[in-house]
Design a protein. Structure first.
Length: 325
């Protein structure tokens, strides 16, 4: 298997078929809804809050609310009261099963549920998927995180409607250092490997450092791309604002960090400061324009045309051109 990551792949252009990048459609469909772009802010406490989730849903973007220190039932009520879809995260512990029972008892059906644990190739996830499919059958269930084709096949067979791929490539991840495991450093080829067996959408999660990495993720099999650090440092971001030598930063910490957990136990995440980079809405517009440009370089008109391009690997033993046959 060929190993590569975002910074040692470049996609090869094909003849342009549009007169303007505005003709390129960056939208994607997931769970029966169409979203303006194939990116979703990470379900982390320093990345999203209820205000941001509401704004995203009202403006045509996908969102996944985090699952820490909040009442998921109240969140679903709030989102439905505002007339937008509800997209929540769950773990696999007793309180998560109690949340499902409370949702059912109150007649609340979130449109999207993301089962979000560090090691998602697990019987605990199988059991939670079974529970959701029985008790909340209309919910679109995303399950993860995983990093191998075997795991994608299992999650799909267990009933997941989409899988989330990425173990440790995130900017605040220390999984590979603490455990020796993961897709950190080769996330893009792990995605390619998983994409070959997937029959349902894949959400690529972690490791995106530049907007061009979104097109690369789509090329190698993602339908949606989850992003933490690039979204964390905005004026509206929920992380604490910190001033260092007159410059403003937002704190961004891992969900498995002691900052999120409140204790130092099984820590696999750290805290960093992200320079504040303006308004989230402006970044999303720029992202859409960049994806439209990617589609035009791919010689296409729609997002999935990016899947048709060849690519080159830069440097290392595997360097070369890779043609689609
Ligand atoms: N994408 C990534 O690379 C990673 C993401 N995270 C994020 O951090 C958050 C917290 O994750 P997590 O600790 O799983 O959530 P939880 O603390 O809710 O744990 C979920 C369950 O899985 C068990 N568990 C966790 N890790 C493992 C493991 N390696 N092997 C076996 N069982 C395990 C836990 O038990 P117990 O604690 O008793 O072991 C618990 O029962 C999530 O949002 C997750 O997405 C965390 C690490 C990596
Ligand atoms: N190993 C860990 N991974 C984590 C933790 N908290 C979140 N995450 C993952 O990172 C991505 C975001 O990555 P980024 O490169 O875009 O910043 C997020 O969606 C999670 O999957 C953690 O504590 N440890």
């Amino acid at each position: 298997m060929q190993i590569f990551d975002y910074d040692n792949i470049l996609l090869l252009p094909r003849k342009c078929v549009v007169e303007s990048r505005a003709e390129c459609d960056a939208s994607v469909t997931l769970g029966g809804r169409s979203f303006r772009i194939p990116t979703v802010p990470a379900n982390m406490k320093t990345v999203v809050d209820e205000t941001i989730c509401t704004w995203l849903a009202q403006n045509g973007y996908f969102y996944v609310m985090h699952r820490f220190d909040l009442d998921n039932v109240q969140f679903v009520k709030d989102m439905h009261a505002k007339g937008v879809f509800a997209s929540i995260s769950l773990g696999v512990k007793k309180p998560d099963y109690e949340t499902v029972d409370r949702l059912v008892a109150e007649g609340l059906a979130p449109e999207y549920i993301t089962i979000d644990i560090a090691h998602g190739h697990a019987d605990t996830v199988k059991n939670m998927i079974a529970c959701l499919k029985k008790k909340l059958p209309k919910a679109f269930v995303i399950a993860g995180n995983v990093g191998t084709p075997e795991a994608v096949i299992d999650l799909e067979n267990w009933g997941a409607d989409a899988t989330k791929v990425g173990i440790g490539p995130g900017k605040v991840c220390i999984t590979k250092l603490k455990t020796g495991f993961g897709t950190g450093g080769w996330q893009l080829s792990a995605l390619k490997w998983c994409g070959r067996v997937a029959t349902k959408p894949i959400i690529a999660d972690g490791g995106i450092r530049d907007h061009g990495d979104i097109a690369k993720s789509i090329r190698f099999g993602a339908s949606m791309v989850m992003i933490g650090s690039l979204f964390a440092g905005h004026e509206e971001s929920p992380g604490r604002t910190v001033e260092v030598d007159g410059a403003l930063f937002k704190e961004y910490y891992g969900s498995a960090s002691d900052f999120n957990k409140g204790e130092y136990k099984h820590v696999e995440g750290k805290r960093i400061l992200e320079p504040i980079k303006g308004k989230l809405a402006d970044t999303l517009v720029e992202m859409e324009q960049d994806i439209q440009s990617s589609i035009s370089y791919a010689g296409g008109r729609t997002l999935m045309d990016i899947r048709k391009v060849n690519y080159v690997t830069l440097g290392g033993d595997n360097a070369g051109e890779h043609l689609l046959m």
